[in-house]
Design a protein around this ligand. Structure first.
Ligand code: NDP
Length: 346
């Protein structure tokens, strides 16, 4: 696409000028699509099975979907609508095979959708026993224009992780990128935290990242040609978060794992990096999004004055997975609106 809208995109743009928020594509293979847009005047590819992205540009005042998404009274943000800057989507991951864990929701869903928009074949992992998320994962995969599969696995189970990676390789042919995104948090004071709670958080966040990235890296080494490991850590790999010691311990440990692995795996051409999101509008933060006081307090701490969007994290994941990041390894990329640089407000 090389920075210019395709002919198909230009046709779509003409069609939506005016007061309609619906796109009626002339191409009969494309069904009628209702759009959910924001006020940022960006291009939005609509991913349709077997079809290249269709793009439209907003030209009218429209309900501010993403404002409501990031406001305390907004709707839950399970996966959210597909949302990209068209200008950013330029097939930077064409024909790469990526596994994204915890990809039926929030940041993982945005990463999977954006990877597919960039031409990758994506395995969308979802947690067993979560039928709603299985549906979301399958719906997401069905919307990809590229090949995709929905894969069930609890990342804290070695057996399921190995079966998942084996299935990705069997069905998609190889594995080039593993995004270790699945994560949970439990709010509990240190003195009250139980062994079960500690082990659950460390089991998903740390052991899960270890097991998935190890299984993926073994495949990358076997197939040759390098690869990319990306961990979704957190600003709390670095800054304290009282009441969430197990979460901080898991993310801090991921930081050291990533730094070690960048050295161990370099001879195999595998790069290893962290993305450290700040406050992103996803279900993990639903209690804050739903509480006006907590929301206001949280936003006050963020220099850019708002929650981030899952897609803003996905953009960094695309960069790290792309050829443009070939010489980037052992780094943490903060996507936090300046949160980690904030000074105490008096
Ligand atoms: P979500 O709760 O929306 O996403 C977490 C995903 O992980 C869900 O799809 C969840 O599935 C899945 N998951 C949980 N346990 C398992 C498991 N055992 N096996 C497989 N999948 C599992 O939250 P986010 O999108 O916000 O979080 C994504 C990552 O980003 C996490 O690692 C989180 O720590 C990190 N992060 C998020 C921040 C934020 O502000 N949102 C800030 C910093 C870091 P299910 O819903 O079925 O349980």
């Amino acid at each position: 696409m090389n920075g210019q809208p395709s002919r198909r995109c230009l046709r779509a743009r003409r069609q939506v000028s005016g007061a309609s928020a619906q796109l009626l594509a002339r191409d009969s293979s494309v069904p009628k699509v209702t759009l959910v847009l924001d006020d940022n005047d960006l291009f939005y590819p609509i991913l349709l099975s077997g079809a290249p992205p269709l793009c439209v540009r907003r030209r009218l005042p429209f309900p501010r979907a993403w404002d409501s998404l990031i406001s305390p009274s907004g709707p839950p943000t399970r996966a959210g609508p597909p949302y990209f800057s068209w200008k950013a989507a330029s097939m930077r991951l064409k024909d790469k095979v990526a596994l994204v864990t915890g990809a039926s929701s929030g940041i993982g869903a945005a990463v999977a959708a954006r990877f597919a928009a960039e031409g990758a074949h994506v395995a969308v992992n979802y947690r067993p026993g979560s039928p709603k998320d299985r549906d979301a994962a399958e719906a997401a995969v069905a919307s990809f224009g590229t090949r995709g599969i929905a894969v069930e696995a609890d990342v804290s189970s070695r057996e399921m992780v190995e079966a998942m990676v084996a299935r990705v390789v069997a069905e998609l042919g190889r594995i080039d990128v593993a995004v270790n995104n699945a994560g949970i948090e439990i709010k509990r004071g240190f003195l009250e935290t139980t062994d079960e709670e500690w082990n659950r958080v460390l089991g998903v966040n740390l052991y899960g990242s270890f097991a998935v990235s190890q299984a993926a890296a073994r495949e990358m080494v076997k197939q040759g040609g390098g690869g990319r490991l990306i961990y979704m850590s957190s600003v709390h790999e670095d800054i304290p978060f009282p009441g969430y010691t197990s979460y901080c311990a898991s993310k801090g440990a991921i930081r050291m794992m990533m730094r070690n692995l960048c050295i161990e795996l370099a001879p195999h051409g595998i790069t290893v990096n962290n993305i450290a999101p700040g406050a992103i509008a996803t279900p993990i933060n639903q209690s804050v999004l739903d509480d006006p006081v907590a929301f206001k307090n949280a936003v006050t701490e963020i220099p850019l004055g708002r929650f981030g969007k899952p897609e803003e994290v996905a953009s960094v994941a695309v960069f790290l997975a792309s050829d443009e990041a070939a010489y980037v390894t052992g780094s943490t990329y903060y996507v936090d609106g300046g949160l980690t640089q904030q000074v105490t407000l008096y």
